[in-house]
Design a protein around this ligand. Structure first.
Ligand code: TMP
Length: 185
């Protein structure tokens, strides 16, 4: 008996948009409807590459900007065999961030990385069936603006990231769905 390939559903958005909460809800809803579903997240901080990224995000180490971009991409690639295996088994994957975050965050840096350079290392990754973008209104963003201590968690930078996501959402080859976020996610 052949089983249908699982769906690859990605959730994207700026920091604090509520992606993790929505991923959990989506996984639960799909499981409740009898569909085998698992959650993944990027960066996956438990691998060796993920640990380097984690230390960078927590400001415990510094990495050159091109280098860290490539590490984020490598962190996705190292999980591709597992992703493919699960999808082929018919398991749906709900993924908290993917290559779109990679491109939006690096290209938002003041050094002026081109979108093309940022996209290249992720070319050939499994293509999502759907990318849900959680849009946080500016007033909500201000209320949730109590950012932690991780790198990138500043209002100015997050605004630049949002603009890059808006550029990426113009790509018609990707199935984007925008969801406006309100209070309590
Ligand atoms: P998170 O684990 O809370 O989602 O945070 C991960 C941070 O890393 C977040 O600020 C977005 C950033 N990031 C990148 O810069 N490049 C990437 O490829 C990914 C997946 C995340």
């Amino acid at each position: 008996m052949t089983c249908r390939r699982g769906a690859l559903i990605v959730l994207e958005g700026v920091d604090k948009a509520g992606k993790t909460t929505q991923c959990n809800k989506l996984v639960q809803a799909l499981q409740d409807s009898g569909r085998q579903t698992e959650m993944m997240k990027f960066p996956e901080r438990t691998t060796k590459i993920g640990q380097l990224i984690n230390s960078y995000l927590e400001n415990k180490s510094n990495l050159e900007d091109h280098t860290v971009h490539l590490l984020f991409s490598a962190n996705r690639w190292e999980l591709v065999p597992l992703m493919k295996e699960k999808l082929e088994q018919g398991i749906n994957l709900v993924v908290d961030r993917y290559a779109f975050s990679g491109v939006a965050f690096t290209s938002a840096k003041p050094q002026g990385f081109s979108l093309e350079w940022c996209m290249n290392p992720d070319m050939g990754l499994p293509k999502p069936d759907l990318v849900m973008f959680l849009q946080l209104s500016p007033s909500e963003a201000a209320q949730r603006g109590q950012f932690g201590t991780e790198r990138y968690e500043t209002t100015v930078f997050q605004k630049a990231v949002q603009q890059k996501f808006e550029l990426l959402m113009k790509d018609p080859s990707v199935k984007w769905q925008v969801r406006i976020q309100h209070s309590n996610h």
